[in-house]
Design a binder for this molecule. Structure first.
Ligand SMILES: [Zn+2]
Length: 375
């Protein structure tokens, strides 16, 4: 935080004030530069821990020049500290979910990351920014690790591979156990890379692997499930076989496939096939079902939250470095807020405080009169 990688030549305002104001702005769900300017020019500034006021233009100038690698290392450092402090001690496995998303739609090209949005008849109808995100899942607290943008000519899979390699370097070799991802990631080069990083893979099996999908169908169709259990009121059937042939260049000796059929209380049924290189002796069918389901945590706990509550969709300042810094700041704010609320505050048997309850209490604290420090 004190050495954030400030790229300004002659800074008037110390980097730590600008950076902290943005993090606390995200935690308060007021991350727009004008909102931060309003806060640091209000009487709440001392309580926010920001030493001096500044304008939104200072944030634009600062984020254009801030070093993203320092921000990424700060995120990784916070997560490594969380692991050392046993934030994940109640989980057998630490999962890493990978997924891509689009954000920051706009009308015209404003930076090198803008990707055209194509319409079949009307051609280019706007621009969007795309990013891959890596998140810790399956531990009871969903924590984003890092993001990697992919502009025009780049792809989600390529960006996600760069992201995973960098996170592996930053977090260290034995931080996590596996990667969990959707069917796009069922590509032999990607899975081989995951294996070389010392990680297992749990990936959705879909029609992009037609031979394996068909082999699983032949094996499981018309056969009684290997396991049936109740989970949260739903009845879950699981088929599990560990001896499918690897395809193409995949270095695995065999492929394990599970199929789950989840009969929900409302009468609907969800079915999906997943592939993995976890041996049956290490992860049973029921545990593997839970690992597959943990992929939803990146959708619900990161993308939905970050877009609907923390402004991931918004463009604060249309410059590629500012955008990337903004996305990383949202990740950092989520990590700080969740570790504080779910691990630091949540000691003992009581229910954890909800995110909105914490935000409201922070806002109330900002408006409270400050007592003179004269005992
Ligand atoms: Zn752009």
């Amino acid at each position: 935080m004190n050495r954030p990688g400030d790229g300004r030549r002659r800074p008037q305002i110390a980097a730590r004030h600008l950076l902290w104001a943005q993090i606390i702005g995200e935690v308060l769900r007021q991350g727009a530069f004008h909102a931060i300017e309003f806060l640091v020019r209000s009487r709440a500034r001392p309580a926010l821990g920001v030493a001096r006021p500044f304008g939104d233009d200072a944030l634009a100038y600062f984020t254009e020049r801030l070093d993203v690698s320092a921000m990424r290392r700060a995120l990784a450092g916070a997560l490594k500290r969380a692991k050392r402090n046993k934030a994940f001690e109640n989980s057998r496995f630490v999962g890493l979910a990978l997924d891509g998303t689009g954000t920051g739609r706009c009308q015209a090209v404003g930076c090198r990351l803008c990707r055209p949005i194509w319409h079949a008849e009307r051609g280019v109808v706007g621009q969007v920014h795309a990013l891959s995100l890596l998140s810790i899942v399956g531990t009871g607290v969903v924590l984003p690790v890092d993001v990697e943008p992919y502009g025009p000519g780049d792809s989600e899979l390529a960006a996600s591979q760069r992201l995973l390699e960098r996170a592996h370097e930053h977090l260290g070799p034995r931080f996590a156990d596996h990667v969990v991802a959707d069917g796009l990631y069922a590509a032999a080069p990607f899975l081989n890379r995951v294996r070389r990083l010392g990680l297992r893979a749990v990936v959705r099996l879909k029609e992009n692997l037609p031979d394996l999908a068909r082999a699983a169908q032949v094996r499981f169709d018309g056969r009684a499930p290997d396991l049936v259990f109740e989970h949260g009121g739903d009845r879950v059937e699981v088929w599990d076989a560990a001896d499918f042939d690897p395809w193409g260049q995949l270095v695995w000796s065999t492929v394990r496939v599970i199929r789950y059929r989840q009969h929900k209380r409302n009468g609907t049924t969800v079915q999906a096939d997943w592939l993995t290189d976890y041996p049956t002796a290490q992860v049973g069918s029921r545990a593997l079902y839970a690992l597959a389901k943990s992929r939803w945590e990146i959708e619900n706990g990161v993308f939905n939250d970050a877009k609907n509550r923390y402004g991931l969709e918004r463009i604060r300042h249309h410059h590629e470095n500012s955008l990337l810094i903004g996305w990383l700041l949202i990740c950092l704010a989520l990590v700080i807020e969740r570790l504080y609320r779910l691990r630091f505050l949540h000691r003992g048997g009581h229910h954890p405080r909800s995110a909105i309850a914490l935000v409201r209490s922070l806002w109330l604290a900002l408006g409270a009169p400050r007592l003179a420090n004269s005992s």
